[in-house]
Each structure stands twice: as C-alpha cells, then as structure tokens.
Design a protein around this ligand. Structure first.
Ligand SMILES: [Fe+2]
Ligand SMILES: [Fe+2]
Length: 356
C-alpha cells in the first residue's frame, strides 16, 4: 500500500490510497490526484449513477428481434425502389462502422482520462451497449444477405461517410497517441473537443439523422425488424448523448479556465462543420427524396438538433430551424420494450426524463 502523497499523479492510474474517500474531494478528471479511483461509494455525481441505472433498464439484444418480415420485403423486387434501397444501404454502411468508432473512443480515450468511478461505471455500461449496436448491424446485414464487403467497407469507400468518420477520428489520435496533460488548458480543450465530437456530433447529430431516415420506413410498416432495433439504439443513444453533455458541462464547471471565448467559438465552428458534413451525406443518400424525406427537410432537422445540442452545451444557437419530424420525439420517449410502430395506440408510455 502506498502513501497518497508519495505517488506521482497519473491520469489513468489506479493506485490504492490509505485515506477514506470523501465525496466532496471527488472530481471528474484528475480524480486520482485527490482520492482513490477504485471506490464507487460515496457517490458524488448522482446523475452519472442514474444514467447507469437508466441504461441498465434498457437491456436488449438484436437477436431477440425477428427479421422475418424484413427478409421477405427485401427479397421482393417490387417492395423498394432503387433509391429506397440506396438510402437503406448507405445508413447501414455508416452505422456498421461508426458504432465501432464510438466504442473504441470510449475504451481507448475517454475511460483513460475520466477517472471518476461513477462516471466509469456508466462508461463500462456504454461500452457494452456499443458492442450490442455493432452486433445489431452485423445481424441486420447477415439476415438480409447483404454484401458485407460493400457495407462494412463503405466508411472508407464512400466519400461522405469517410468525411464524417474522419471528423470524429481526427480528435481520437491526439488522445490515444499523445500524452495529454489535462492540467493545462490546451490538454483539457483537446479532450473536451474529443467528447464533443463523439457525444454531441457523432451520437447526437450524425446518428439522429440516420435514425430519422430509417424510422421513416417503419412508419410505413417497412423493415419493421430493423426499425425496432433502431428504436432501441435510439433510446440508448439519447442516454449516451445526455450523459456526454452532462460530463462536458461538469468538466467545464470544475475547470472554467478552459472555457475561453476562443474555445467556445472553435466548438461552434466545429458543430457547424459537422452540420455541413451531415447535409452532404444526406444529399448523396437522397438524391431525389423518398418517403416524404428530402434534402431540404433533413437539413432543417439537422440544424434543429444542432441548435438543441448547442444550447445544452450553453453555446449560442445558430440556425433557428423548426423540427420537420415531430414524431421523432414520441419514438424517443417510448419507455416500453415494444415496437412503437405496432403498439403506439395502446401500449406506449412516455418518459419525460430523456432529453433529445
Ligand atoms: Fe451506439
Ligand atoms: Fe452511443
């Protein structure tokens, strides 16, 4: 056993200390400087613990969902237009790899630098959920007998998907491959940028645009198995995003010196760039529009959700767009383990706790 004072502070270290842990000494980052990072209780950040409990209440497996109707529909040459097949495959191509990117970033970047135990408890759960999401897209591709080489390589072979993933991964390398010093404004800003790129942009903007596109098929009772799984993923992702925003805001509150006007302007610029990347992707996915979806409406939606994310980050909204898909809020608020599109009249319950 080592004396706390004898140990050099190290991000990601798990040294044991002799002192009892008091909640008020806990921090989100550089927590190991002041307390033992192995001890969950006493819990300081109750929101992190509640996000963990809420996530555990949403446990599901993709293989529990029947793909029979989807397989029949996909095999029917008249069930989808070429444009509809194109947009479905593009979204499967995007999600199949993006979920892995998110999982890798949790384990290799965030978990290392967030050394508060209640946040790590949530991160362990989130990492499991990302594995389930990766499994979901593997299961869909296999069930529909899609060309797995085409789908899983899309993230490097399709320009618009590549650019979105490149946006996220550009702030992973700096965390994984370099020694980030979170006690400096530069180091901390680099890490906040990473959290923003994954929780706010990848999970909070890129994913939501994909959800609304796929779920539009579900509203016509097409691809019901895929859409049921997407509903479960959406519910998970709304918790991921809300946890991430709370994490970012708490880190900033504890380290306000990093929240400079320049850094705030930089983050706004990054989010605006992400909106343009998503709009370019939407344009390629929907060259002519399908199911009442088109590039104009998707841009409106992407801008609307970007504004909501900016506000949650206490940054100024940029677009003032309105939500062209209000039905998405009902899907997100679904609490019950049922397919929204089949049970909406009698069985769905709403839960006001989730922000989207
Ligand atoms: Fe995910
Ligand atoms: Fe996620």
């Amino acid at each position: 056993m080592s004396e706390q004072a004898d140990q050099p502070e190290c991000a990601g270290g798990i040294r044991m200390t002799r002192e009892r842990v008091s909640a008020d000494k806990k921090r989100i980052i550089l927590n190991g400087r002041t307390v033992d990072v192995n001890q969950l209780v006493p819990i300081k950040y109750k929101w992190a613990w509640h996000f963990y409990l809420d996530s555990c209440a949403n446990t599901w497996m993709p293989t529990e969902v029947s793909m029979q109707k989807d397989i029949e529909q996909w095999k029917n040459p008249h069930a989808f237009t070429p444009d509809e097949r194109h947009v479905i495959k593009r979204n499967l191509g995007f999600f199949s790899t993006a979920e892995t990117l998110v999982g890798n970033n949790i384990v290799l970047s965030i978990y290392k630098l967030v050394d508060n135990p209640e946040c790590r408890q949530y991160l362990l759960r989130q990492a499991f959920e990302e594995a389930i999401h990766v499994h979901t897209f593997q299961y869909i591709v296999e069930s529909l007998s899609l060309d797995e080489t085409e789908i899983f390589n899309m993230y490097r072979e399709n320009k618009e998907i590549y650019e979105k993933d490149e946006f996220s991964m550009s702030c992973t390398d700096g965390i994984i491959n370099e020694k980030v010093d979170l006690s400096t404004p530069e180091g901390l800003q680099k890490f906040v940028d990473n959290l923003m790129a994954f929780y706010v942009v990848t999970e909070g903007i890129f994913f939501y645009s994909g959800f609304v596109t796929i779920l539009s098929f579900g509203r016509q009772n097409r691809m019901p198995g895929v859409c049921e799984q997407i509903q479960y993923i959406l519910r998970d992702e709304s918790i991921h995003m809300n946890f991430g925003i709370q994490l970012i805001n708490t880190i900033i509150d504890e380290n306000p010196y990093c929240w400079t006007p320049d850094f705030q302007a930089y983050l706004v610029k990054r989010i605006k760039r992400a909106v343009e990347l998503e709009c370019a992707y939407a344009k390629e996915c929907l060259p002519r529009g399908v199911l009442g979806l088109n590039v104009v409406l998707l841009r409106e939606y992407i801008q609307y959700i970007a504004d909501r994310r900016l506000e949650k980050l206490r940054l100024p909204r940029q677009y003032n767009s309105t939500n062209p898909f209000p039905w998405m809020s009902e899907v997100i608020d679904l609490k019950k383990e049922k397919n929204f599109f089949e049970t909406r009249v009698t069985e769905y319950q709403t839960g006001g706790a989730l922000e989207w």
